[in-house]
Structures are given as structure tokens and as C-alpha cells.
Design a protein around this ligand. Structure first.
Ligand code: SF4
Length: 400
């Protein structure tokens, strides 16, 4: 197996722990050997948790030099109209149905301006449904208006699935769509749009979405154009450990072909208000225990070692206590304040109340990290203005 050129040698205690664990995959992982999907699946499903956690936490703190982070970000959705109808999604509405909305670029820019001026947001995270009524000019205008409204915030917008949909409806190739959006001010892709990079899983939960290979190609193209990206994995539904393993393996390969991944964000499926959550398939197959969440985070740290330095413990889906535990199992970051997160919020019937920077700092301290505020690209900054909590005026402005 080739070494991954980490420049990191495991300490003796970790080597011994890995040997004593009886997991061949963990032994390889602590030495930085490239891991094939079966070995990654062994980490996800079988390696003793205490040893897996120790290895992942050791490398997280070594790679990040003890600095744990978060960003101050605003979450905006431009439309919930979507024709793709994924079974796991509580956010979308079919065209013309009750509760369907599309917001104008000017309306969203007004919210972004307030968040920029009053909260000092460093990042604006924008996603939406696949709405056939919107043309490429709408998206370009949206990016341009947000760029003007919040000049110092990074614009992290549109999943690969959205980019593919825009390409299909506009008739422009993906590369052209990305170029036009980049010219307008787009800087990064948030990384969603795929759940697990496996065609079988996708057929079961999102058969109308673009296939995993296309998702990978969009990210590859974006990286080549200088647009960096995150990678999400939504798990905890019908997947098996080998599917998680293939997802991580594909991300590592993507990073070798076209580097540009900033972080990996495992997102636990929230079943509330979803068609998938009501199925027998979900009830019988889903792994819902907290240990699985921690194993996924730890396996991700080791599988992506030397490829993707930032693993996020996503408090929006895990909840606070488990997110803190994730920070002790290989994650180094909490994501962000996520003011008005609306997609997972839809599974709970209300937008997610954002967290103040102070709350995130406290969570990082609980897990033994030196807290730092960062931007989308993990450049560290002095803290933005302190805010006590999510603010009512922002909730009102972004309420559907
Ligand atoms: S996950 Fe995205 S593509 Fe699928 S239904 Fe929801 S909004 Fe549409």
C-alpha cells in the first residue's frame, strides 16, 4: 500500500493500541496507509471504538494543532419549489402547491445586507430546490446582488445537484454555468446534493437526482475553475457501512484528481416530515444509535487523512451534546452559527435557531479545543461582533 506522504508518524502508544485492537484496518490507518473501501468499512462497523476514537482524535488535534473552529454564517434558501421529490427531503414543495415560495434576488440581498452589517457574517450559505421556472439569469443575478450586499462575506452557494439542474434547464454546459456564477461572485460550493456516493442507495432514496458520477464531475470542474467546495454525506437511512466507505474513498480519489475540498460534513438524516422516514425500509435498516455517528466521524478522519483536513461535527443534525462528542472523535469544527438553517429545520417543522459564536466557542472548549473563528476556507480571524442568539428580525425576514 502506498504511504500517503503525511509527514506524520504515529506515537508508540497509538501503534500499540492499534495492534491490540485486533483491527487490521486501524493498524493501516494509524500508519497513514491508503485505505480501500473494505478497510474503511471495517473502521465504520467493527474496529473497537476506544481505539478508533483515540486514533481519529489524535490525528485531528495533530493536523489542526489543537485549534477547533466555527464560522459565522447566514443560511438562505431562494426557493423550496422542486421537481426532484427526494424521499428524504422535508424541505421541498411541488410547483404550485401550498407553502411553495421563490424569493427574489433583491429580497435575499436585503437580508444578507442586514446580516453582514449587524452580525458580521463571514459566509452566506445559499441552497434551494430544482425549480424549472428559474433561468440562469436568475442565479447570476442572485449571486451578483448578494456580492454587493455583503462584500466581505464568502458566497458559498448551490449544490452540485443544483448546478446540474441549472445546466440542464439552461442548455449550457456545467463548466459554463460555473464560470458565469464565478464571474458574478460565487466562491465555493456547500457540498450537498448527494447523500451517499453509491448508485444503489441513490436509487432507493433519490432516484431522480443526477447520478453520483455527475456530482463528482461538478466538484472536479469547480476545483479546476478555482471554486473550492465542501463535501457532505447524509447517512443514517438505508445505507450500509460499505456505502459510507465508498463515499469516503471516492472523496479521497476526487481530492487526488482535482484538489479543492475544504471540509467533509457528515449529516445525519432527520426523518421528521419525510416520506422516507415513514417507510418500513427506513425503520428496518436505519442505524440510529449515537455510536454510529461517532464511528462515521472517526472513520472519515482516518480515511481522509492527508486529503481533507477539516471534519465537521454538524450540530444542526447531531444536536449539541453529540456534536461535542464528535469533536472528541476526529472532528475539528462545528460548521457555523447557521442562522436560519431551513432544510433540516423543515424536518422539525421550523427553521433551525442559529447558535451564537459564544455558544460554539463553549462547545469547542468543552471538547478541549482552542476555539477560533474562521472563514469558509479555514483562514482564522479575530471573532466577529458578539451576538447573544438568533435575532427575531432575522427570523422574520427569512420566514417563508
Ligand atoms: S433534496 Fe434537493 S433535489 Fe431533493 S427534493 Fe429536496 S430540494 Fe429537491
Amino acid at each position: 500500500m502506498p504511504r500517503r506522504g503525511l509527514g506524520l508518524e504515529p506515537p508508540r502508544w497509538l501503534e500499540r493500541l492499534a495492534v491490540e485492537s485486533g483491527s487490521a484496518a486501524l493498524e493501516k490507518a494509524v500508519h497513514g496507509d491508503a485505505l480501500e473501501p473494505p478497510a474503511i468499512a471495517e473502521l465504520v462497523a467493527e474496529a473497537p471504538l476506544h481505539a478508533l476514537a483515540a486514533a481519529a482524535d489524535y490525528y485531528a488535534r495533530t493536523v489542526k494543532r489543537g485549534v477547533g473552529s466555527y464560522t459565522v454564517n447566514l443560511y438562505l434558501t431562494y426557493t423550496n419549489v422542486c421537481v426532484t421529490a427526494c424521499s428524504f427531503c422535508a424541505f421541498y414543495r411541488p410547483p404550485g402547491s401550498r407553502g411553495a415560495y421563490t424569493r427574489s434576488p433583491g429580497e435575499l440581498a436585503a437580508v444578507a445586507r442586514l446580516a453582514w452589517e449587524r452580525l458580521g457574517v463571514r459566509e452566506i450559505h445559499v441552497v434551494g430546490g430544482n425549480n424549472p421556472e428559474l433561468g440562469l439569469d436568475y442565479y447570476v443575478e442572485l449571486v451578483r446582488r448578494l456580492r454587493e450586499a455583503a462584500p466581505g462575506a464568502v458566497l458559498k452557494m448551490f449544490t452540485a445537484e443544483e448546478i446540474i439542474f441549472i445546466s440542464r434547464t439552461s442548455g449550457e454546459p456545467v463548466s459554463r454555468v460555473l464560470e458565469e456564477l464565478r464571474e458574478a461572485g460565487l466562491q465555493a460550493l456547500p457540498g450537498g446534493g448527494i447523500e451517499v456516493l453509491d448508485p444503489q442507495v441513490q436509487r432507493l432514496i433519490a432516484p431522480r437526482k443526477a447520478p453520483p458520477g455527475e456530482w463528482l464531475r461538478v466538484h472536479e470542474e469547480a476545483h479546476r475553475l478555482g471554486i473550492r467546495s465542501n463535501a457532505i454525506m447524509m447517512y443514517g437511512h438505508v445505507e450500509e457501512p460499505i456505502h459510507v466507505a465508498r463515499h469516503l474513498y471516492e472523496l479521497a480519489r476526487l481530492e487526488e484528481r482535482a484538489p479543492g475540498l475544504v471540509s467533509f460534513i457528515p449529516v445525519r438524516f432527520s426523518p421528521g416530515n419525510t416520506a422516507l422516514g415513514r417507510t418500513r425500509l427506513y425503520r428496518e435498516r436505519a442505524r440510529r444509535d449515537a455510536v454510529y455517528d461517532l464511528r462515521v466521524i472517526a472513520a472519515a478522519r482516518l480515511a481522509l487523512l492527508g486529503r481533507v483536513d477539516n471534519i465537521v461535527s454538524y450540530w444542526v443534525s447531531l444536536g449539541d451534546k453529540l456534536a461535542v462528542a464528535g469533536l472528541m472523535h476526529g472532528a475539528n469544527d462545528l460548521g457555523g452559527t447557521f442562522y436560519n438553517e431551513a432544510v433540516i429545520g423543515a424536518s422539525r417543522g421550523r427553521p433551525t435557531a442559529g447558535k451564537s459564536p459564544g455558544e460554539l466557542v463553549y462547545m469547542l472548549l468543552q471538547a478541549g479545543w482552542r476555539p477560533a473563528e474562521r472563514d469558509t476556507f479555514y483562514r482564522y480571524h479575530p471573532p466577529a461582533r458578539p451576538v447573544a442568539s438568533n435575532t427575531p428580525w432575522l427570523r422574520e425576514l427569512t420566514a417563508a
